[in-house]
Write a protein that binds this ligand. Structure first.
Ligand code: ADP
Ligand code: MG
Length: 260
């Protein structure tokens, strides 16, 4: 049984201009993906291909206009109220912009403590905060720091610790390193991989970057214009892409290992 699975998932945005004119954007068309337990898969595609829309549907920030999402074989698209709240704890999202995701008025400790309190954590709060910081390889001294004292990579680690505070089963990371310096990208991605191993959670890594996706994922979905155009084993797709669009994407990707 897949932990998370979609069936012909679709999302059409309708933007109204005045009373008569309306513009329709078919952001997602009949998406079928699956995530197995303890798997780290990738979703790759150019900007505008629908990746973030898919992520937001999976975490219930948007409602689909068609199709279904199954969590452990249960259709969650019918959820309302309490069920949505319960589901939202199991599946957490890490966003692209580490500068926007933390509140500048609050310390690192506050950011991690808050979800623990809201989820009624009944163990020792102090220990748990240290443990969560340790998971993202930050030491205790970071508790008292404020966001402006942190680098982009450190902010992303703090945000990750915050999402892990509610013990999610699935993590959806939407371009988590694309705003970070190249030197810290690998560190954060390796951390994701380690967290997956240590906590046994399942992760969807969303990116436009074929190089990083090939480093950490086992399976891949390639998106183009709101559709999945190719999927399979990451190595096979990178080495022997069968879809014309995938081939273009690979040809256009800069190879950081190539020596000039
Ligand atoms: P990606 O994350 O791959 O860059 P998005 O999911 O953000 O792609 O966008 C997919 C398409 O849906 C784009 O054409 C975008 O303009 C459109 N879109 C995304 N969000 C909205 C929205 N809230 N309202 C209208 N159109 C949207
Ligand atoms: Mg996006």
């Amino acid at each position: 049984m897949s932990i998370l699975r979609t069936e012909n998932l679709s999302k059409t945005f309708i933007s109204r201009h005045g009373i008569i004119a309306a513009e329709k954007t078919e952001a997602l068309k009949d998406i079928n993906i699956r995530l197995e337990e303890k798997e780290l898969i990738g979703i790759v595609g150019a900007s505008g291909s629908g990746k973030s829309t898919l992520a937001k549907l999976l975490v219930f920030l948007y409602r689909p206009t068609g199709g279904k999402i199954y969590y452990m074989d249960e259709d969650i698209t019918k959820y309302r109220g309490k069920d949505v709240k319960k589901y939202r704890k199991k599946i957490q999202m890490v966003f692209q912009d580490p500068y926007a995701s933390l509140d500048p008025n609050h310390s690192v400790e506050w950011h991690i403590k808050r979800p623990l309190i809201l989820s009624r954590y009944n163990g020792d709060l102090d220990n748990r905060i240290d443990e969560l910081l340790d998971m993202v390889t930050l030491n205790k001294s970071y508790r008292a720091k404020f966001p402006h004292q942190l680098s982009g990579g450190q902010r992303q680690r703090v945000y990750l610790a915050r999402t892990l505070a509610v013990s999610p089963e699935v993590l959806i990371a939407d371009e988590p390193v694309s705003m970070l310096d190249v030197s810290v990208r690998i560190e954060i991605l390796t951390l994701l991989q380690r967290i997956k191993e240590q906590l046994g959670i399942s992760i969807i890594y969303i990116t436009h970057d074929l190089n990083t996706v090939s480093m950490i994922t086992s399976r891949l979905y390639v998106m183009h214009q709101g559709m999945v155009v190719e999927n399979g084993d990451t190595d096979s797709i990178i080495n022997r892409p069968s879809n014309e669009y995938t081939r273009k994407l690979i040809a256009a990707a800069p190879n950081p290992y190539k020596r000039i």
